[in-house]
Each structure stands twice: as structure tokens, then as C-alpha cells.
Design a protein around this ligand. Sequence first.
Ligand SMILES: Cc1ncc(COP(=O)(O)O)c(C=O)c1O
Length: 382
Amino acid sequence: MEKLPKKLQSKLSERLKDGSMRSLKTSGGLIDFSSNDYLGFSRKKAILDATTAKLKESNLQENGATGSRLLTGNHSLYKQLEDFLAGYHNSESALVFNSGYDANIGFFSSVPQRGDTILYDELVHASIRDGIKMSNAKSYKFKHNNIDDLRVHIERSRNRNDSEIYVVTESVFSMDGNSPDLEALVDFCAKKDCYLIVDEAHATGIYGNGKDLVSQLGLEENVFARIITFGKALGNHGAAVLGSNDLKAYLVNFARSLIYTTALAPHTVASVLSAYRYLESHGKEEGSRLKENIMYFKEQVQLLNMEGRFIESDSAIHCLVLPGNEKVKQVSKYFQTEGFDVKPILSPTVKMGQERLRFCLHSYNTKEEISRVLSITRNLIK
Ligand SMILES: Cc1ncc(COP(=O)(O)O)c(C=O)c1O
């Protein structure tokens, strides 16, 4: 094999030196405090069986989609799923992308135009940042969940006579687990005449009776677009942009991550539809188990006097900041020896000094597992 160019070798050496080298590992066999499978849907045989039945009933036997959605890949299940999603999430329309990453780069690289401004929360996901980097619009970050700082940026942008202003946030932040005050943000963006986009990846299927946080708050009419994803609580794969019919038509014409890629296989789309059907019939039970576990986790954190160490969160994501890549990796390894999968979040994924342990809670975690993982944590951080 040819050797890596020197510049790349030295970037890898840097990673080794600062303890942030990534590698691919298979996970399994440990008690899950790390996956995004919040409701356990990835393991439901009923969803697998319903998918097989759906494919049979639709007479779709192809293993793959055979092309882009704009060429041969737009099989009949796409329309079923998009019609369903629009109704379920109370949106005029839905457009399915191959992943949340694709949805965000497709949206942000194509919607904001030269002369526009994108204002994004400083903690938004890498897929949003990457989409923004591909855009011709100017972009500025505002302080996390801070409307006062957003106001300052909007005023600057108005003084420059920028055309449209797009404001981007997440309904549940992936690395902190907290949420913005969406009602206040919607109100503020309406007054300032800005377009609000909310990434609902970690809220999809959990809030608003199995819908999303914007739906729970009844704000569907007041946001320009929502990004929902199927790889987390739905236990599946793929994503959709929810918005107006015109926005959908625009994205079909200009979002390159939709146009220039092979579409999802019929099997995947059937599986997403089956996961949503399962959510309709069983989401309430799984959702209440998850809520109970979140409450129990928070109670235990309080009992063990660790409240100040965790980032305030009411979601399924709870993070304990433990500075230093080596330190947080070492603690996570110890969890493995005790049978628990708790992932370390390293810099540069988060800012240096903000490295953390990230506990993801699920409907299927038991109270005993939660108590044990927290008592180990307490001993480790003494
Ligand atoms: C907030 C947020 N948006 C988008 C994505 C990307 O979604 P997907 O995994 O479907 O590509 C993620 C995934 O981690 C995420 O956390």
C-alpha cells in the first residue's frame, strides 16, 4: 500500500499525542448507557416483522433503490412515508433524506443565499456546521441558549443590511442534553423577522406524545423548518426536513445531498414506516418508561450529591464534565470493566476542558442499572 502523505501522518500523530485518536470498535455485551436507541426500537422484532410484511404487501423486492430519488430511486414507499410524516408531525410537507447529516448539509448549503446571514447556537451539531460552511451566506455563532446574545448579532446584521436572517438551534442539544426556551425563541424570531430552523434529532419520537418538541409546544406554524431523524428514538436510519410545500420543492431542486446520492432502499423506508406505526401503538408505554428513568436518574444524582457536576438536563442525555481526554477515557474504560457502556466525549468534539462522560438513558434501563452506574460514578469522581 502507498504511504500516507506526511501532512496526514502528522495530523494522526497529533491525535495520538493529545489523546484524541479515534478508532472503530464493535460495541455490545455491555449495559447500554450510550446508544441513541432511547426507546429500544432497534431491538423490536415486531418492527422487523412489520417491515417484511410491508415489503411483501407493496410488492417491492429490490435490495436497493437503484438510483437517486430524482432518477430511478423514488420508489412508492417514499410518498407513503412523506405523507405520513407530514400528517404525524403536523407539517405542510416532509422531505426524506438519507440521514440527518445529509438533511442538514442539504438544507444549509442550499437555502441561505449570498447576502443572507446564518446565526447558529455555538453548540449545534457538526452536520449543521458543515452545511453552513458550504453555504455562501455569512455565519456567526451566538452564545448557547442566549437570546440576548442573539439579539446583538441580529442588530449587527441589520446594520449591515443583510437580506434574510436564518436562526438555527436544536430542541435537545446532543452533547449537553439541554434545550433552548423554544417559545421565547419563536416569539423573538417572529418579532425580528428571522427564519427559525430547529434540529429535532434527539427529540423525535419522544416529546409531544411521540412527535417532537416543537409539536409538544404547539409551535409548528411558527418555525420555518424542522429536521427530524430516524436514527435515534426510532431505532432506524434516515431523516426528514419538515416545512412548507414550497420549501420541499426548493430542496428537491437545490439540495445536492438529496439530488446526487442513491436513495434509501425500500427496506429502510418500510422499516421507518413500521417504526412509526409501532410508535403509534407502543410509544406511550416506552415513552413513560423513559421518562420514569430520567426522573429516577436525576433523583439519584441528587441523592449522591452530584447535582453540581452534571449539566442541567431533563432529556435522555446527561453529561458529567470531567476535563482531560486521558482522564475521561480512563473513567469510561473502568465502566467497561464493570459491565457498563458509558462513552467519553473528547475534545475536539467538545471544547478543550469540557470533555465529559455522556450517559444516554433508555426505556429499557433498569433502576438497578441506573443506581449502580451512578454509585460507580460517585466513587470515581470523589
Ligand atoms: C443534533 C443532531 N443533528 C443531526 C444528526 C445527524 O443525524 P444522523 O445520525 O441521522 O446522520 C445528529 C446525530 O448525531 C445530531 O445529534
